[in-house]
Every structure is written in structure tokens, then in C-alpha cells.
Design a protein around this ligand. Structure first.
Ligand SMILES: Cc1cc2nc3c(=O)[nH]c(=O)nc-3n(C[C@H](O)[C@H](O)[C@H](O)COP(=O)(O)O)c2cc1C
Length: 216
């Protein structure tokens, strides 16, 4: 069995999204000791930002007419899709940045979509595949909060992973990760701690279910 893990935080130390994904991964490994985990950290080992336009342009011309840059981009996209298809389970750790997804995760999604295996009309790329998305936000955007609706990342990721790619998707969310970092949020210490513990508990549960080959 293979788990594919994608991290999109722009840091490795102190990352809240990595912490949650680590818990999911540990549960998966406990059930599959020694099995493979394939990793890609797009927040640190970034995908080239010109790969997407080159992959799009390359998809409009026959393979033998592609420029070297187009060939590289098409091959990169194919490799990203290979990683997804080869996995029995998928784990994604994706923070909210500037009220949306980072350029890194958008480039990854855009590149995957250029591959013929991900195109509309085909069987959805991740049809029925268990996928856990761990997503974190520095602030809080729930119903009734001043910035309700300002998180333009989570719904988009659900749309792509669940609706477009057909994944059997579980989403674990943690808010207020900047409590304790940004003094303006000090009043939310207890709530943030509760959210933190809730996310870790959800991660343990999701990891156990993922290990069975099904999303929660
Ligand atoms: C450049 C930057 C932009 C951010 N933008 C937002 C934002 O728009 N809304 C928010 O709630 N948090 C925002 N954050 C906070 C992150 O979502 C938060 O620190 C999160 O924990 C980062 O993920 P990580 O802990 O896995 O690195 C931002 C952080 C950075 C570094």
C-alpha cells in the first residue's frame, strides 16, 4: 500500500498543517508498518510557475512538435498525476494564505488538470480514492465572525478534490493557529486550544479510517 502526502506550507518548522498531517500519517503507518509513503512538499520544493502555461500550450500540439519547455512541462504534469494514481490513499496539508490558496497549490492543481487523464469526460481522477485534506488558518472564519466567507481556499479545495476529481474526501480544519503568535488574538486562547485539540482528535480518527482504505 502507498500513501501519497503533499505538503503546501511554506515552512517546515512549527507548521500546524504538518502537525495534523503527521498525526494522520502516524495512524496510517501504524496499520501499514514499512509501507511506502511518497512525498512532495510544494511549499518548499516549488513547482516552476511557467510550467502550467507550457503544459497547456504543449497539450495543443502533437508531442513531436513541442518545444523543450513544453515537453518538460507535460512530463512534469504527467508525473504529478502518476503520483496520485499510484497511491492507495492521499494526504494533503494545505494552509490558508492571503484568504486563498497559495500559488504553489494552485500550480499543482492546474498542472494536474492539463493531463489527459484528469480531463473532463474521463473517469474522475481520484474516483472513490480516500483523501484526507488537513487545512489550517491563522484566523477564524466561522458563521457569525467578522470575516465569515473570507476563506476562499477550503471550498475551492473541496470542489476540486471531491467534486471534480471524485475523491472520497475527509477535511480536517484547524483555525486560530496564530493565537499565541499575534497578540491581537490573545483573547481567543481557550477557543484556539479547543480547536487545536479537536483537530488532533479528528486527525487520529481520519488516519485510522484512511488506514482501512476508506475516508471517514
Ligand atoms: C504570507 C502569509 C499569509 C497568510 N494569510 C492568512 C490569511 O489570509 N488568513 C489567515 O487566517 N491566516 C493567514 N496566514 C496564517 C496561516 O494560515 C497560518 O500561520 C497557518 O498556520 C500556516 O500554516 P502552517 O502552520 O502549516 O505553516 C498567513 C500566513 C502567511 C505566512
Amino acid at each position: 500500500m502507498t500513501l501519497f502526502r503533499l505538503d503546501a506550507s511554506i515552512r517546515t518548522e512549527g507548521s500546524a498543517s504538518r502537525e495534523i498531517a503527521d498525526v494522520v500519517e502516524a495512524e496510517w503507518l501504524a496499520a501499514h508498518p514499512g509501507d511506502a509513503i511518497e512525498r512532495r512538499h510544494i511549499g518548499v520544493d516549488v513547482l516552476p510557475s511557467d510550467a502550467w502555461p507550457n503544459a497547456v500550450a504543449g497539450s495543443y500540439v502533437p508531442a513531436d512538435a513541442r518545444t523543450p519547455a513544453q515537453r518538460d512541462a507535460v512530463a512534469l504534469a504527467a508525473g504529478l498525476v502518476d503520483e496520485l494514481l499510484a497511491a492507495d490513499a492521499i494526504l494533503l496539508a494545505v494552509p490558508l494564505y492571503n484568504f486563498g490558496v497559495s500559488q504553489h497549490i494552485k500550480t499543482w492543481i492546474d498542472l494536474v488538470v492539463t493531463d489527459p487523464r484528469a480531463s473532463a469526460g474521463s473517469t474522475p481522477l481520484l474516483a472513490g480514492k480516500p483523501v484526507v485534506l488537513c487545512t489550517v488558518r491563522g484566523g477564524a472564519y466561522g458563521a457569525g465572525t467578522p470575516r465569515e466567507g473570507w476563506d476562499h481556499s477550503t471550498a475551492y479545495l473541496r470542489r476540486i478534490l471531491g467534486d471534480v476529481w471524485g475523491a472520497d474526501l475527509t477535511v480536517i480544519e484547524r483555525e486560530f493557529t496564530l493565537v499565541g503568535v499575534n497578540p491581537a488574538l490573545d483573547a481567543f486562547e481557550d477557543l484556539a486550544a479547543e480547536m487545536h485539540q479537536g483537530a488532533l482528535a479528528a486527525a487520529r480518527e481520519a488516519g485510522k479510517v484512511l488506514a482501512l482504505g476508506d475516508a471517514a
